[in-house]
Design a protein around this ligand. Structure first.
Ligand SMILES: [Zn+2]
Length: 323
């Protein structure tokens, strides 16, 4: 990533401040940066590297070292696997070889993006370096799925969990990037507190469309012939995964309105309340499970059309079973 999009928000995060005070004492040998928000982990690491090499140790973004770090040009900062592929043992071996060569600055940072994609052999190859880290070398592992990491690796890294940001913070970050109020609200509502996810939503021209298709679906689904009309909706078939995310956020909001809790999607609060009247609380909880099941089937490569058909019929069935 060539620039830091969320500099202010990340600098105010809990995770950053923990590490910044850590670095003032000493930069450790190994850190695991854990978050499902992959793009942000990358950006977060860049900010950490800038903090370490910055002339004022503050990631000022103006000095020479900050500039080279941000443009991924710093001689002592290596970022691996930025395309999030499976990591070959060879890649790790080359990295450990490189780590054993002393640097001019005395400090060398390695970042392995999506380190949880390392298989056991790659993780074992890395383990040696973690056990006997060369002086001045720090390894940062960007980890989305912590359970994929070997315990032996985990026990040698300090785990830092990136913040889940509140709705207002995410919305403000989107406004700061120049998003309109409507887009910023929608992105924040659907982001689950993840900046990277909010950014993807804000930049996706389809998201607002998906949102209104999901609302239309819940409003219009009342008999089986409706399923036939809806299950060929291009929005649904093309972006099924994203559609399911949006749908589950709307459902959570429908459940929230039933118990008089605040809805996440504040920009469409009234609309959500009126749709929720057509469903019982029990039906809504069952539909959440139906969506989880649809997600699982998609991850198992079941055909999209089959997943969508079964999703719509199951929603309809739940709606009437629990009236
Ligand atoms: Zn600087």
């Amino acid at each position: 990533m060539s620039e830091i999009l969320f500099e202010d928000t990340l600098k105010n995060s809990r995770a950053y401040n923990i590490l910044r005070s850590d670095f003032r004492l000493e930069v450790g040998h190994a850190y695991m940066l854990v978050s499902p928000d992959n793009e942000i982990v990358k950006e977060f690491f860049t900010l950490l590297a800038a903090t370490i090499f910055c002339e004022t140790k503050s990631a000022c973004m103006h000095c020479g070292p900050c500039n080279t770090v941000v443009h991924n040009n710093h001689a002592d900062v290596a970022m691996l696997n930025l395309n999030a592929e499976n990591i070959k043992v060879e890649t790790i071996r080359n990295m450990t070889k490189d780590a054993s060569i002393k640097s001019l600055s005395g400090t060398k940072l390695y970042y392995i993006h999506r380190a949880d994609l390392m298989n056991q052999a790659s993780q074992n190859a890395l383990l040696k370096t973690l056990e006997e880290p060369p002086v001045g070398v720090t390894i940062f592992l960007g980890v989305s799925n912590e359970s994929a990491m070997l315990d032996t690796i985990k026990s040698r890294c300090r785990a830092i969990y990136l913040d889940i940001f509140d709705n207002d913070t995410v919305k403000q970050a989107m406004l700061d990037l120049g998003c309109s109020d409507e887009v910023a609200s929608l992105a924040a509502d659907c982001s689950e507190g993840q900046l990277g996810k909010a950014y993807r939503i804000a930049k996706s021209p389809n998201h607002a469309e998906l949102y209104s298709s999901a609302i239309t679906l819940l409003k219009g689904l009342s008999k089986s012939t409706d399923v036939v009309a809806l299950d060929h909706s291009p929005a649904l078939l093309k972006n099924t995964e994203e559609f399911l995310n949006v749908l589950s956020i709307i459902l959570r909001d429908m459940i929230a309105t039933k118990s008089n809790n605040q809805v996440l999607s504040r920009h469409v609060g009234m609309q959500i309340r009126s749709i929720a009247d057509g469903f019982s609380a029990k039906a809504l909880s069952e539909i959440i499970l139906i969506i989880t099941d649809a997600r699982r089937k998609l991850s198992l490569n079941v055909s999209v059309q089959a997943v969508v058909d079964s999703l719509l019929f199951s929603i309809l069935e739940a709606k009437y079973k629990w009236q």
